[in-house]
Design a protein around this ligand. Structure first.
Ligand SMILES: [Zn+2]
Length: 178
């Protein structure tokens, strides 16, 4: 086992043999894939990892040497961070900085906890809204909430992408109305 000190907070993008993005793993895990010839490094990160015998540039993107068939999750998990990321950390009602999660159709009245019914909201709007619907208050949503889609979301979830991964991920701006 190589003596690889993980770089704090960093990850490496793993591509299939076909260059299709698969997932993000720790830099340590990516280095082990490269050292065991299960993957080749296609983009270096910052710094060098040392093992007993080798010095290896920190991998930022690795490609598997053999194709793996991966069943994809069909939808992105609904989490607080994922909702903030989808909505650009902005309140769905006033566009101010969001600090809370609001159920558009209130949960107390049967609203579902689902991508289509949750938005990021500032504390003030959330408090004012209470158990009312936007229509009852004459409020409008800036965009209709929906489950996020696309390769970047499938691979990264709410994680912020490393700019070095842009060539392999479909990094469009999140669909948040201006
Ligand atoms: Zn607000």
């Amino acid at each position: 086992m190589p003596d690889i000190r993980p770089t704090a907070g960093s990850g490496a993008l793993v591509l299939n043999a076909t260059y299709e993005p698969l997932c993000v793993v720790s830099v340590r895990r990516a280095a082990i894939l490269v050292l065991s010839a299960k993957a080749v490094c296609v983009a270096d990160g910052d710094g060098v990892l040392h093992s007993a015998r080798n010095a290896l540039p920190v991998p930022s993107v690795v490609r598997l040497t053999r194709f793996v068939r991966v069943p994809y999750r069909t939808h992105v998990g609904l989490s607080r961070r994922a909702i903030f990321a989808r909505d650009g950390w902005r309140c769905a009602y006033c566009r101010g900085p969001a600090e809370t999660i609001d159920h558009v159709f209130p949960r107390s009245r049967g609203g579902r906890h689902a991508w289509e019914n949750v938005v990021a909201a500032c504390a003030r709007c959330n408090h004012t809204k209470g158990d009312k619907t936007p229509a009852e208050l004459g409020w409008r949503l800036h965009s209709l909430p929906a489950a996020p889609k696309g390769t970047a979301w499938r691979v990264l979830g709410h994680r912020a992408p490393d700019p070095r991964w842009a060539d392999w991920l479909d990094l469009r701006e999140p669909e948040v109305a201006a």
